[in-house]
Write a protein that binds this ligand. Sequence first.
Ligand SMILES: Cc1cc2nc3c(=O)[nH]c(=O)nc-3n(C[C@H](O)[C@H](O)[C@H](O)COP(=O)(O)O)c2cc1C
Length: 320
Amino acid sequence: MNTNPLRLNHLLLSSNVLMAPLAGYTSWPFRMLCQELGAGLCFTEMVSANALKYKDKATEKLLYTTREERIRAVQLLGSDPAVMERAACSEALSGFDIIDINMGCPVPNIFKSGEGSALLADPRRAAAIIRGCKKSGKPVTVKTRVGIRQDELIAAEFTKMCEEAGADMVSIHGRSRSMMYDGTPYYDQIEQAKSAVSIPVIANGGIFSDSEAQHMLEATGADGVMIGRYALQDPYIFSRLTGRSVTEDKYSLLMGQLELTSRHYDETYTLTYMKKLASYCMKKRSGTKKYKQLLYHCGNVKEMKQILKAIFYEEEADRR
Ligand SMILES: Cc1cc2nc3c(=O)[nH]c(=O)nc-3n(C[C@H](O)[C@H](O)[C@H](O)COP(=O)(O)O)c2cc1C
């Protein structure tokens, strides 16, 4: 695929293949991995602007980053423009270069409280949130969907509103809220959004192979693509799409994640994350059922290393 660096306000992303924010996965270790493999930008998972003021341990973990992450993007979730502005300008986010705003989450309790995809139905509020976050002086990006319902798709007008309110980039999940995470994305909606604005538009949703990434780019004319779930199963999609040469096999890659996570996070967090990531990495492999049981009962990092070795040792031929 023809990938290229992407300008986002004053920042230059190394590639236009981005990693989507995924709650429970895109903490610092996974973002470092995606960066290494060629992703031009990764995002934290959504962080509640309301929760920021409590400075609790869980939020602290979500916000963990280091200078090794070249461009740091945090995703904020909220519906009150003043609270969002305060969060974007807060000391807690001082280590981040980009503020991304979640305007796409379909989860019922988030939707009901006017956050995430509910903002698609409240463009004035959405614009006020963008303007508020811009007061941080940082580039502000928006992640949204093509609409709430399939019979009312509004990607172009919503993206135009984002641009007029000051957004520097919009990533569009090509499905409506009602579709949740299934079904063919509306490529034409992303294409119309792209034609309506001059800021970069990123196309997301349903990319589960290299050729689907290529198709997404061609069908929408977007400035880049954003990969979600498939990157958990096959993170090498970044290196293949960007032409980066990588010698590490999946076993080494997971061991690297285990080392990195256990060095920077506690054991409970490390094990929870590694169990989920390893399960994704085992998808589409035969004979892994017995390992899944072992993995889920694993109680410490040492045991985790042994299990990963058992799962992947004989799969070293699976090099890319
Ligand atoms: C487990 C999971 C967690 C997600 N967490 C977030 C999130 O925190 N913020 C967000 O904007 N989108 C989130 N999403 C949506 C993804 O970023 C992405 O838009 C969606 O999965 C479609 O892309 P895909 O088909 O490539 O997976 C999440 C999706 C999944 C499956």
